[in-house]
Design a protein around this ligand. Structure first.
Ligand code: GLY
Length: 565
């Protein structure tokens, strides 16, 4: 009896199991879960540095400073002391802050410095070499963050980066390949061959040490701001400029100051959005998009997903046109923030939206997406008290200007390309700019970086941001919508394929291997031109789950990693 029963039913059971298994929905991706604190960044070693600082008693801002410095060592393509960034902070008692440590145009910069005698733009000069750099802001930014909100001794926050520079760290296969590829440009654009980078063909497992950078970090540790903006390091920067035809002077370095700004805030349904205002366009773009979307029902189920992507593209098209006309450094140009976020302005702006058809972008000047890297970097931190930091920092392009400051061992940014170098001429991300974002001495170039913190019912809910040039605000928007509207967890929301559009060029780019061909077909039928590309952005984010547990999502498009406890 037993055998008979088993034989018959085993077949049925097996059949049901196979059927059940093949009908299983895709396994839901879950990020790192932790009770106390999480740090998510572009490099596992930097995430660990931040987590260790919190475990040793530091707060989220202490961890952010240590991660910024560690990334300058282990992720030199975008982590930096020679660039700048934005930090958005939410203290556990609900106070918000935003720190602008964006680079500034040097005093000797001028509106037409990248235009030749025939009136043609010279993007090679705004993107590579000594003239491409703005005055770096990262070190002053970290000093300011520490003065206001840090709790641990400054030296303890810099020491982990010094150790990583001095003792070195093992390169992964991808890092080794990237460093080897980058060597040619570093040799070409630096005035002295930076042999610590270029001296060998790197392979996985090689230990990468940076003696000059370790020395620079020691000066920053021992002298704070003065260790970078005056004395030995400042002299190295100015000497590098003089050898390579750059214009950053000792006066520029002495005068540079990062600044605390009122964070840009807005609401969407039950959520408060705390983000970066000008000189970033990112926060404005996110709030404009959410402001319009609040009037629509969106879903990611079946064909409805195509309707959502159509709506998103049409919003992006109009808002990136606003970006080109109205957004810039508000210290120099009266950015009409309130008007841009006004409900009646947004509904008027979107009044010609056709749910059935793409609105062609007005072809005054075609932007071009070049296959440039979008090597900014972002990290998100929540500490055990519930303080949160969302920080995006950059050299602009991968390895910035490709100029290594000889003697000081760090790379300078090529952020000058984020100005509008000639009205109507696209920058390296294909975005257009006009008068508002023209070059002026000491002005900050318009950014797309979007470090953002979200509250739900006034409690901390999400910390989010990404690199990706002009794709930054649209990637942040998508991840936020994936969580808020489509009910995804943090890792799941990050893993989803991304779409991007920006007014010009008149197209939607989407990540390759997107499997829902019917969605693409519907978008084509509505008149959208589609263009497949590699990964868009690298979102590193943290979600507070309903039971208070933190979920850290690290973007699988890079070697990003979460570390927590
Ligand atoms: N450099 C990229 C950005 O600031 O948007």
């Amino acid at each position: 009896m037993k055998n008979y029963f088993c034989k018959e039913n085993r077949c049925i059971l097996l059949f049901l199991l196979v059927l059940g298994f093949s009908c299983q929905p895709k396994e839901k991706a879950i990020g790192l879960l932790a009770e106390n604190a999480i740090v998510v960044s572009a490099h596992p070693l930097a995430s660990k540095v931040g987590k260790d600082i919190i475990q040793e008693g530091g707060n989220a801002v202490d961890a952010a400073i240590a991660v910024q410095m560690a990334l300058a060592v282990v992720y030199p393509q975008a982590g930096n002391i020679g660039g700048g960034g934005f930090m958005v902070i939410r203290e556990s008692d609900g106070q918000y802050h935003s720190l602008d440590y964006r680079e500034k145009a040097p005093l000797a910069a001028s509106r037409d410095m990248y235009i030749d005698e025939k009136g043609d733009a010279l993007p090679e000069k705004s993107q590579n070499g000594h003239l491409a750099s703005g005055v770096p802001g990262s070190v002053d930014g970290m000093v300011k963050a520490h003065e206001k909100l840090g709790s641990m001794e400054w030296a303890k926050l810099i020491n982990p980066a010094i150790r990583l520079a001095e003792e070195g760290f093992e390169l992964s296969e991808n890092e080794a390949a990237y460093f080897t590829r980058a060597s040619e440009n570093l040799k070409k654009y630096s005035s002295v061959d930076p042999i610590q980078f270029t001296g060998k063909s790197w392979k996985a497992g090689d230990v990468f040490k940076q003696v000059q950078l370790a020395n620079t970090l020691k000066l920053i540790r021992d002298k704070g701001r003065a260790g970078f903006y005056s004395g030995e390091v400042a002299d190295y920067i100015v000497a590098e400029m003089e050898r390579g035809g750059g214009i950053i002077s000792l006066e520029d370095l002495e005068k540079y100051e990062s600044t605390w700004r009122e964070p840009l805030t807005g609401s969407y349904k039950d959520f408060n959005i705390i983000t970066m205002g000008p000189p970033s366009s990112g926060g404005l773009i996110i709030l404009q998009m959410l402001g319009i979307m609040e009037n629509y029902q969106v879903s990611n189920q079946g064909e409805s997903y195509a309707e959502y992507l159509h709506l998103k593209t049409e919003m992006e098209r109009r808002i990136f046109a606003d970006r080109a006309a109205f957004m810039a450094d508000s210290d120099f140009y009266p950015v009409p923030v309130d008007e841009l976020l006004d409900d009646s302005y947004l509904s008027q702006r979107f009044s010609n939206f056709d749910p059935q058809k793409a609105t062609p972008s007005d072809l005054i000047m075609e932007g071009k997406i070049l296959s440039m890297s979008e090597e900014t970097t972002h990290f998100s931190i929540v500490d055990k008290e519930g303080n949160a930091v969302s920080c995006t920092t950059t050299l602009n392009g991968g390895m910035g200007s490709k100029v290594m400051v000889d003697g000081a061992g760090f790379l300078l940014n090529n952020e000058m390309d984020d100005f509008s170098i000639k009205p109507g001429f696209p920058n390296m991300f294909g975005v257009l700019g006009g008068e508002a974002n023209k070059i002026e001495p000491e002005k900050r170039m318009l950014s797309s970086m979007t470090p953002t913190i979200i509250e739900k019912n006034n409690e901390l809910f999400m910390v989010v941001g990404t690199p990706g040039g002009s794709t930054i605000p649209t990637s942040v928007f998508q991840v936020v919508v994936n969580v808020i509207e489509f009910g995804m967890g943090m890792q799941e929301a990050i893993n989803e394929k991304r779409f991007h559009s920006q007014w010009k060029p008149d197209q939607i780019s989407f990540e390759k291997d997107f499997e829902r061909e019917n969605i693409l077909e519907t978008l084509r039928e509505k008149g959208h031109e589609l263009s497949e590309r590699n990964g868009i952005g690298r979102v590193d984010a943290i979600l507070v789950l309903e039971d208070g547990i933190l979920e850290g999502g690290a973007d699988p498009r890079g070697m990003d990693a979460a570390s927590g406890y």
